[in-house]
Design a protein around this ligand. Structure first.
Ligand SMILES: Nc1nc2c([nH]c(=O)n2[C@H]2C[C@H](O)[C@@H](COP(=O)(O)OP(=O)(O)OP(=O)(O)O)O2)c(=O)[nH]1
Length: 166
């Protein structure tokens, strides 16, 4: 049995671009990613997503503007933790994305996403995000560079997915 830990991951998007941040410390160092982190005790997932976005790139988003677009799970050979990552997208927000101690934000055109400098699994599930499809993905890693096996599929509805998961 795995010990499940819940994380958030938020992508700001407009018609032509997506905002990524270069991680400056900790897990995923030097990789481009969305903004997010661990859900704290007594904090809802959506509140954690809003807090992490504010902490990591100084942008505020309303609950109603955050859309849950995907669910990712990561396990690592020899480790008992399962990282449960809730993926969100928003196109309405307040503030200008600004560099912090944790992340250096930059807008990327959809055709220029830097997959070579991202988590290896991202190039597998990003096509769903880019086509505005809801998705579920599970990845089992050896270390942090090698995917041993995975499964990704399109979802029709996140609420139904979570209801059936319980
Ligand atoms: N795109 C992508 N994101 C991932 C993968 N694995 C993974 O943990 N993430 C995300 C989920 C979280 O947003 C983030 C990891 O959270 P974190 O360790 O930075 O959490 P945190 O800010 O609370 O950590 P801390 O340094 O403050 O202790 O990376 C992956 O394979 N691909």
């Amino acid at each position: 049995m795995y010990l499940r830990k819940i994380y958030t991951l938020v992508f700001l998007r407009n018609e032509t671009q997506i905002l990524l941040g270069l991680k400056k410390r900790g897990f995923g160092l030097n990789k481009w990613n969305g903004f997010g982190g661990k859900v704290e005790h007594n904090e809802s997932i959506i509140d954690a997503a809003i807090r992490e976005l504010r902490e990591e790139c100084c942008v505020d988003v309303n609950k109603s503007d955050l859309k849950n677009i995907g669910h990712l799970e990561f396990t690592f050979e020899g480790e008992s933790i399962l990282m449960d990552v809730r993926v969100f997208s928003a196109s309405v927000y307040e503030g200008v994305p600004t560099e912090t101690e944790e992340m250096a934000p930059k807008w990327f055109k959809y055709e220029e996403i830097p997959f070579d400098d991202m988590w290896p699994d991202d190039r597998i599930w990003f096509p769903y995000l880019l086509k505005n499809k809801l998705f579920y993905g599970i990845f089992h890693y050896k270390g942090y560079d090698t995917i041993l096996n995975y499964e990704v599929k399109e979802l029709k509805c996140m609420e139904t997915f979570y209801k059936n998961k319980k």
